[in-house]
Every structure is written in C-alpha cells, then in structure tokens.
Design a protein around this ligand. Structure first.
Ligand SMILES: Nc1ncnc2c1ncn2[C@@H]1O[C@H](COP(=O)(O)OP(=O)(O)O)[C@@H](O)[C@H]1O
Ligand SMILES: [Mg+2]
Length: 255
C-alpha cells in the first residue's frame, strides 16, 4: 500500500478507535457506580442472613478494581488519540525539569533511589506547553524508576545543549531493554509490566514531536537506559514553524 494511503487508513482506524473508546466510557461509568452501590449494600448485609457475604464482597471489590483499570486505560488512550492543542509559551527547560523533579523527589528518596541532577548553568529558552512537557518528562522518570531492579538505584537527570539544541536526559541504572524489545516499546499498549498501560512512551513521543523535538533512547540490558529529549531553541522553533507563534509570551527572559 502506498505510504499516503496507509497513513490515511491508520488515521481512519485511529478515529474509529477513539470513537469506540468514547462510546465505552458512559456504560463503564454506570458499571462503576453500580459496582460501588453493590459493594455498599453487600457490606451492610448481616453474615447470618447471607453466609457467603465475604466471598460476595471480595468479588464485588475485584470487579470494581477491574472497572477502574479499564477506565484508566481508556482515558489514557483518549488522551493519546485526541491530543489536546498545545499552548506554547516561552519557558526555561531547566525550570521545567527542576519542577518536575521536585514533584517526585520525596517519592524517590522514600524508595531509596538516589537522584543526581546536572542542570545547565544558563537558561534554555524553548517554546513549550509547560503542562504537557512536564507530563512527558514525568512519564520518562516513572519508567526510569520502575526499571530500577538492583541495589544502588540511581537516576541521573541532565540538561544541556548538544548539536546546537537544548536537551533533557534521563538515565537509570535499571534492567535495561533487551534489543528485541527496543523496537516495540513506543508502540501503543506495549508493556512488559504487570500493571502497565503501554501508553507512557507513545504519549512522550507525541508530545515531544508536537514541540518539534525528538526522543532518542540508548539502553544496555542489565545496565540501564538513557532517554534524551531534544527540543529546538525558541529561535529554531520559529524558523521551523513560522506560523505557530506563542499564544502568550511572558515579557523578558524565559520563565
Ligand atoms: N527506562 C526503562 N528501562 C527499562 N525498560 C523500559 C524503560 N522505559 C520503558 N521501558 C519498557 O517500555 C515499556 C513501555 O513503556 P511505557 O510506554 O511507558 O508503558 P508502561 O510504563 O505502562 O509499561 C515498559 O513496559 C518497559 O518494558
Ligand atoms: Mg510508563
């Protein structure tokens, strides 16, 4: 099939899948609400009247959990299939990275994970949707955290400039990714984790591409993984997308 037709077909399929996911949402919500009611009613029944009360309750709770998980998968998929319009403002990549880390710091140290950061000494002005860029970095940091499987758990985060472009890099010394898996990991729903959704990396890639950037990954099985997000400088972005001016531009230096 020629590339353009293939692309069109994929787009159509994406639209159908998104429509379907949307249709499933309401009945799923009803299932969840009914499940909660059922659980409430069951917990009020006396065990004398219904000797199987315990079993019934744990079944009802298991169903609630499954419904919740389905809902999360669906929400993640819809976020991917119908990406929100990005709102670009001039920001400092250093600050975005630092603030994303602040959000995770307590959790990391609680899990005995050492965080080493090396932030570029001068601001790295990029045009970005702050919330979405933080989401992408958070997805990468969570993956790094989940990959750590042996003592000496360390995550290194670096920002800098390479080949004339600002970047943020997240390195873990976890399980690494076997060569055969490497081609799969950006696929929608691909996961090797028991409670994974397989949405993290596809969303990262989507967000970074919307910013005119690239995601690259290096990994050694058993040793760890390095993921680098490169973005264009604000000036480079303007040259790439002359029509897409920032919607709001804070005065002065990048925030
Ligand atoms: N830093 C990492 N180290 C090892 N494996 C990784 C790393 N990041 C991603 N992966 C692999 O890629 C898969 C897909 O990641 P992702 O799209 O975020 O989905 P999820 O985290 O829900 O599994 C993971 O299940 C894991 O096998
Ligand atoms: Mg993930």
């Amino acid at each position: 099939m020629p590339a353009t037709r293939r692309r069109k077909k994929l787009e159509d399929l994406g639209a159908v899948a998104a429509g379907l996911a949307h249709e499933i949402r309401n009945p799923l919500n009803s299932l969840y609400i009914n499940g909660q009611l059922l659980e409430e009613m069951l917990s009020e029944i006396s065990p004398e009247a219904v000797p199987q009360k315990g079993e019934l309750l744990s079944l009802a709770r298991a169903n609630l959990k499954v419904t919740q998980r389905l809902n999360e998968t669906l929400s993640g998929f819809l976020r991917f299939a119908r990406p929100q319009a990005i709102e670009l403002t001039m920001v400092d990549l250093n600050r975005i990275v630092a603030e994303t880390l602040r959000f995770l710091e307590v959790d990391l140290s609680y899990h005995g994970i050492v965080l080493r950061t090396r932030i570029h000494p001068t601001p790295l002005p990029v045009l970005a949707d702050e919330r979405q860029l933080k989401q992408a970095l958070l997805n990468l940091l969570l993956n790094a955290q989940e990959a750590l499987d042996k003592e000496g758990k360390t995550i290194r985060v670096t920002t800098g400039v390479r080949a004339g472009r600002p970047f943020a890099r997240i390195q873990d010394n976890g399980r690494g990714i076997p060569r055969a898996e490497r081609r799969q990991i950006f696929r929608l729903f691909y996961t090797t984790r028991k409670n994974g959704s397989g949405l993290g990396l596809p969303i990262v890639r989507q967000i970074v591409h919307q910013h005119g950037g690239t995601v690259s990954l290096r990994s050694r099985e058993g040793h760890g993984t390095i993921v680098t997000v490169s973005l264009p400088f604000e000036s480079q972005f303007r040259a790439m997308f002359p029509g897409r001016l920032p919607l709001a531009l804070p005065p002065g230096a990048p925030r």
